[in-house]
Design a protein around this ligand. Structure first.
Ligand code: SAH
Ligand code: SF4
Length: 413
């Protein structure tokens, strides 16, 4: 891992390898993706532009990157023709590499992506009638080992950089064809803005629910989401972004203060014994502490409720008693909450099964009768294994099979 260095992750006791801010490229050029405007100006200054020029050019380039989705300096028509090759020699505007893209019969799309230094991670797009949600990864693998989660069986390879995180949103916009068309020249601001926010765009919401624990990669996730929320950037409202955590209690207030997005908490169990087993971070930060941190979450209100995710595991966490205890806890902490019941998505070798549909229905009724909204999440993209961590494994299997075939062919020669 020549491209990583040891740095502590906030809230994490043991240092784990994490990437630098920018993943170095073999060609020596700097990827501007994920860098704030000020940093782009700094880099342009270091490359030789005077301060005034650097500021102007960084503003233009930033606009082209996030507002227009442009990846080629040649397309930046308001930048002098002679300046464009100068930029292209020094900088690139990158995207994660696509290893595999799949399209489900129900419209769900899934991508297996790769960083410039060869690590694979995933992204999923889920279209619904009234919204389109992009599920974004924050890490390659995960340090936590939730027993029902496939990502939990992988080792943490490293944190994704801000560029690799916001790059997922950029790539989804590319794939969905959602950049304003045409050249910026000749468009006045009003027309431009109208075009950009036109209804009918598919990607309307972002959830940090892909691979990894976002609060163990806090700074990079924050910096990426700042670009997503920036009015001069991707301009997505914080109300349309949800960060899901398994319960990294010491980082939750900071998340509310510095990012301010909606919070989802992977609760999954209401007793210490069961949560210790299925969400082991519970041994460090228990249910009471977690629910208190939810009660204190900046910005939570009845209009902006906290989502509790609850994966339905047969004979494990799905009894009537568990449902009643869930209602009691939410009331005790006076939480503005909704509960998302998630049918367990099985993977080969998983130690659990999904609860029966009748059980899920009964559980939902009890929570609902307790005055709490409790929708059951419809499984999506099952035909393309659109559950956390599964595409990556399928691709690894395939490449192993391919390697075996190659080995057999070589042996036969
Ligand atoms: N690490 C964060 C965010 C990523 S996991 C977290 O744990 O919240 C996103 C959600 O998918 C979590 O609620 C997780 O519990 C759920 N999940 C993981 N594997 C699953 C599976 N096999 N079936 C159903 N839900 C799963
Ligand atoms: Fe990591 Fe979330 Fe999976 Fe737990 S559920 S192992 S925290 S990705």
């Amino acid at each position: 891992m020549a491209d990583t260095q040891l740095m502590p992750i906030p809230g994490q006791v043991d240092p784990v390898p994490v990437a630098r801010d920018i993943t170095p490229r073999a060609d020596g050029r700097v990827d501007l993706m994920g860098l704030p405007k000020g940093r782009i100006a700094e880099l342009m200054g270091e490359a030789g532009l005077d301060a005034k020029q650097a500021k102007l050019r960084s503003k233009q380039v930033y606009h082209w990157i996030y507002h227009r989705g442009v990846t080629d300096f040649e397309a930046m028509t308001d930048i002098a023709k002679t300046m464009r090759p100068w930029l292209a020699e020094r900088f690139v505007i990158g995207r994660p590499n696509v290893v595999e893209a799949q399209h489900s019969v129900d419209g769900t799309r899934k991508w297996l992506l790769q960083t410039d230094d060869g690590h694979e991670f995933e992204m999923v797009f889920i279209p619904d009638a009234d919204r389109g949600t992009l599920c974004v990864s924050s890490q390659v693998g995960c340090t936590l080992n939730c027993r029902f989660c496939h990502t939990g069986t992988m080792k943490l390879v490293r944190n994704l950089t801000p560029g690799e995180i916001v790059g997922q949103v950029m790539l989804a916009r590319d794939a969905l064809g959602e950049w304003p068309k045409g050249s910026m020249a000749g468009l006045d601001d009003a027309e431009d803005a109208g075009h950009y926010t036109a209804d009918g765009r598919l990607l309307t919401n972002i959830v940090m629910m892909g691979m990894g624990e976002p609060l163990y990669n806090f700074e990079n996730v924050r910096d990426a989401l700042k670009l997503v929320m920036d009015g001069d950037g991707l301009a997505l409202s914080k109300r349309r972004i949800t960060l899901s955590t398994s319960g990294v209690v010491p980082m939750m207030a900071k998340c509310g203060e510095e990012i301010g997005v909606n919070l989802a908490v992977s609760l999954h169990a209401v007793t210490k014994e069961i949560r210790d087993e299925i969400v082991p971070i519970n041994k460090k930060y228990g249910i009471e502490e977690l629910l208190q941190a939810c009660a204190d979450y900046p910005g939570a209100s009845n209009a902006r409720r906290i989502t509790f995710e609850y994966v339905m595991l047969k004979d494990k966490n799905d009894s009537d008693e568990h449902a009643r205890e869930l209602v009691r806890l939410i009331r005790e902490y006076r939480l503005p909450a909704k509960v998302n019941l998630i049918p367990f998505n099985p993977w080969p070798g998983a130690p659990y099964e999904c609860s029966t549909p009748e059980r899920v229905k009964r559980f939902a009724e009890i929570v609902f009768d307790g005055g709490i909204s409790a929708p059951v999440r419809t499984p999506r993209g099952r035909d393309i294994d659109a559950a956390c961590g599964q595409l990556k494994t399928a691709a690894e299997k395939k490449s192993r099979a391919e390697r075996d075939r190659e080995a057999a062919a070589t042996a036969a020669e």
